[in-house]
Design a protein around this ligand. Structure first.
Ligand code: FNR
Length: 187
């Protein structure tokens, strides 16, 4: 079975190191995972005033989540939390009330930062959010990737052999997790 995975890159920066990490993960993923990015940069700031009639961009965003089997969050840590743009996207996806896009949709969380703890606090915060949004979360392996210049090339090669091994194992574990969740929810 091939599983469709939608990934979010938490950063909007052109030279985002997390986008580079995402490209590396796409390359290292087992063949049964088909990864595509779900962009969110064009979403307006969410308000429940939109709930009665979502704008097309938000409808398309929710549809993109509905169309995949699983989600992967590749996010930086901004001020010890997740970037506002990503939180805004999650708020859109969680609404309107009763139409939460995350229900039963498995998620993995990973991120990189030049800081020593490699996005750990942002990831902990994101776990709380996604837990409330009823997304089954991969618990292990955790992946706090300490970024050093040149760790990833622009086309998604990992230059450090042990990091490459670690990320390959992460994607294999993520694959196994997606299968487990599917089995758990099977009728
Ligand atoms: C940061 N950075 C950062 N790093 C970290 O490890 N913990 C943090 O809390 C923060 N806070 C923070 C706030 C803001 C507003 C910025 C712009 C940056 C540094 C951050 O890890 C670095 O800029 C990375 O390059 C961000 O990842 P992307 O956006 O390049 O993918």
């Amino acid at each position: 079975t091939t599983y469709k995975v939608g990934y979010f890159v938490g950063s909007l920066a052109k030279e985002s190191i997390n986008r580079k990490l995402a490209h590396a993960l796409v390359k290292l993923a087992p063949p049964d995972l088909s990864l595509t990015e779900i962009p969110f940069k064009d979403l307006p700031l969410y308000s429940y005033d939109y709930d009665a009639d979502f704008p097309q961009v938000a409808k398309d965003f929710k549809q993109a989540i509905a169309d995949v089997d699983a989600l992967l969050f590749v996010t930086p840590e901004y001020n010890r939390s997740i970037p506002g743009g990503l939180k805004n996207a999650i708020d859109w996806a969680s609404r309107p009330y009763g139409k939460n896009s995350f229900t039963g949709k498995p998620s993995g969380i990973i991120g990189t930062s030049p800081g020593a703890i490699g996005t750990a606090i942002a990831q902990a915060s994101l776990r709380g959010v996604l837990c409330f949004c009823n997304s089954p979360l991969m618990n292990t392996v955790e992946a706090y990737i300490h970024y050093t210049p040149g760790l990833f090339t622009d086309d998604g090669e990992v230059t450090n052999e042990s990091t490459k091994k670690f990320l390959t194992n992460y994607m294999n574990e993520y694959h196994a997790f997606v299968i487990r969740v599917e089995k758990a929810f099977a009728p």
